[in-house]
Design a protein around this ligand. Structure first.
Ligand SMILES: [Mg+2]
Length: 339
């Protein structure tokens, strides 16, 4: 067994701005795990907002290489249990490794993961394409440059409704709104009624994580479904969200990979919550893993690779009409320049 680390600087097509950050370059780590002549790949984006760097992820993963080696013949969820105690606070690193182990597992079983999970790829929901915060003219330009049936619009300015009214003049596509905790409850309730009329499908995490009273109020009075993102990080959050949200957006890097994500999706469904998996700014390695889960979800946000100028691999391809799964097994990923 051999674990290798591949560092990338992903270049964004456009400066990406949300309510609390902006960036042009996204550092990313791809982990490869090779065994018996087969290699699996996993990815996690370094995110300064969470204090995660490529170096910190590599350092964390080096601690568990021996454990992985000792259990390499076992299924990825078993290996996850063995490495989790060491990587509890390093969920991004844990995610990259768990993803690589899933890819390796599928490739060794000679099946794509969605097949191993008995999913029908025809049932994959349409992915949204994200429009970051910019001047309204710039946001209109981005929409015109990238015609797409479903946009996720990042908000959190002092003129959010005006932006959506303006964008609505230029496209009939469905909008989802992600205010990244920038709104207050009364404002979110009011906005939900206006936005519903503007063909908005749902609101993603408009309120601060600790504003439980506001979340309850919004949950009861919103004209649109409210989906948790910042409030749904790890497995134990799913149950808490059932009282305050209509659905949850699960991120593989935040929960620690495919293994916990599968359990979170099952839990959310059992609680009657809508399920979504979202991406970070990540390349085709990470996106192809999310795409394996997509047929079991209500919503999916896997536009990461579409927002990039350069990519790391071939794998699942997302078009405005469909998701194209490659013939490769596992997550379907083949890293460029990997022998
Ligand atoms: Mg979000």
């Amino acid at each position: 067994m051999k674990i290798e680390y591949h560092q990338y600087q992903l270049q964004l097509k456009d400066t990406f701005r949300i309510s609390h950050a902006s960036r042009d370059v996204q550092p990313s780590l791809v982990v490869s795990v090779s065994h018996d002549g087969v290699t699996g790949f996993g990815e996690a984006a370094a995110t300064s907002y969470y204090g995660v760097t490529v170096e910190s992820m590599m350092k964390a993963l080096q601690k568990v290489e021996q454990i992985v080696e000792n259990h390499i013949e076992e299924p990825p969820e078993i290996i996850w249990e063995k490495i989790y105690p060491e990587l509890k606070t390093e969920t991004f690193a844990l995610c990259a490794l768990d993803m690589a182990l899933h890819d390796l597992y599928g490739k060794r079983k000679q099946q794509p993961l969605y097949k191993l999970w008995n999913l029908d790829p025809a049932k994959v929901p349409q992915t949204s394409y994200t429009i970051g915060i910019a001047s309204t003219e710039e946001m209109i330009r981005k929409i015109k440059d990238f015609p797409w049936p479903l946009y996720k619009i990042k908000l959190g300015t002092d003129h959010d409704i005006e932006i959506i009214k303006e964008l609505r003049k230029h496209t009939n596509s469905v909008f989802r709104i992600d205010a990244n905790v920038a709104w207050a409850a009364y404002q979110a309730i009011e906005n939900s009624h206006v936005l519903k009329e503007l063909n908005v499908e749902f609101l993603e995490q408009p309120l601060a994580v600790d504003d439980l009273e506001g979340q309850k109020l919004l949950y009861q009075n919103s004209a649109l479904p409210v989906i948790a993102d910042e409030s749904c990080i790890v497995e134990s959050d799913v149950e808490k969200c059932a009282e305050y949200f209509h659905g949850v957006n699960i991120k593989l890097t935040k929960c620690g990979g495919i293994t916990p994500a599968l359990r979170m999706i099952a839990k959310a469904k059992a609680l009657g919550l809508k399920t979504m998996v979202g991406c970070m700014t990540e390349s085709t390695v990470g996106i192809s893993a999310i795409a394996q889960l997509a047929p079991m979800l209500d919503y999916v946000d896997m536009d990461g690779a579409l927002l990039l100028k350069n990519d790391t691999a071939t794998g699942v391809k997302i078009t405005s009409e469909k998701v194209i799964y490659p013939s490769e097994n596992g997550t379907g990923v083949k890293l460029f320049k990997f022998e």
